[in-house]
Design a protein around this ligand. Structure first.
Ligand code: COA
Length: 260
């Protein structure tokens, strides 16, 4: 598939989606959000893709936010629609994918950029990364899930401070907050993400998808995550991956999961 604003490539079971508007620091305009939706959807339905990595092109930015030029003249109704549509097409969509998504944060991750990184299942950053939700400096608040996912990841007090100050934190502070799992050099960022992805790929894709659903259930209103876990755990017993995983263990060999 070809896109105007992103590049999506599959290699050895890993689909890397690169946001490719480096002149605009990979800011998310409407078309980019639509293309990201299509690329994530395609990768999630691609039997060869075991892990998705999302990153930004260039050495300066992962994503410097939603494209401010597109919404500067919006009214209340258009603003509401912008957030609702974006959450549906990209941010909630990514969080609920069956395929693991790693955000490789290679520079500025601001506003919608940090929100996209937070919608991914976990994050790895390069040492030049700067992360923040600067929306209140523009007279708005985060609208792509930032007010919800940031406190989930770093705690309420830190999220309040980050959002109220509109400030940026560096990669090491993000690491100490638990906002990113690892910090490495820019050169090593994709290789490290690929190494983690390769480790994930050796496990049962069916079980991993079930684990994503169970973990996400912990953060959904009105859903009892423990009940979801019981259901998902039980369902694993009906899969070929479970049969292969347990048989391989008992036969003292490595499992070769069929992925169903
Ligand atoms: N939306 C639209 N365009 C953006 C953008 C955004 N969120 N972030 C950066 N750009 C554009 C700039 O307008 C500039 O375009 P131009 O060359 O046509 O003028 C280009 O990307 C380069 O950005 P620039 O500001 O010149 O780079 P810098 O190194 O001086 O500053 C930032 C980098 C990230 C600090 C700065 O670009 C910034 O503050 N961006 C907005 C961050 C933000 O508020 N995001 C939340 C949006 S809700």
């Amino acid at each position: 598939m070809s896109y105007n604003n992103i590049i999506s490539e599959e290699n050895n079971g890993i689909t890397t989606i690169t946001i490719n508007r480096s002149k605009k620091l990979n800011a998310l305009n409407r078309e980019t959000i639509q293309e990201l939706h299509e690329a994530f959807n395609h990768a999630d339905n691609d039997a060869d893709t075991k892990v998705i990595i999302v990153t930004g092109s260039g050495e300066k930015a992962f994503v410097a936010g939603a494209d401010i030029s597109e919404f500067s003249d919006f009214d209340v109704s258009k603003g509401t629609q912008l957030a609702a549509k974006g959450q549906e097409l990209l941010f909630n969509f990514v969080e609920n994918l069956s395929t693991p998504v790693i955000a490789a944060v290679n520079g500025f991750a601001l506003g919608g950029g940090l929100e996209l990184a937070m919608a991914a299942h976990f994050r790895v950053a390069s040492d030049n990364a700067k992360l923040g939700l600067p929306e209140v400096s523009l007279g708005v608040i985060p609208g792509y899930g930032g007010t919800q996912r940031l406190p989930q990841l770093v705690g309420k007090g830190r999220a309040m401070e980050m959002i109220m100050t509109a400030g940026m934190i560096d990669a090491n502070q993000a690491l100490s907050y638990g906002l990113v799992n690892h910090v490495t050099t820019q050169d090593e960022l994709l290789p490290l993400c690929e190494k983690i992805a390769a480790k994930i790929s050796r496990n049962s894709t069916v079980a991993i998808s079930a684990a994503i659903r169970a973990i996400n259930a912990n953060f959904k209103d009105g859903v009892d995550g423990f009940s979801v876990e019981v259901l998902e755990f039980g369902n694993c017993f009906g899969t070929d991956d479970f049969e292969e995983g347990t048989t391989a263990f008992l036969q003292k060999r490595k499992a070769d999961f069929p992925g169903k």
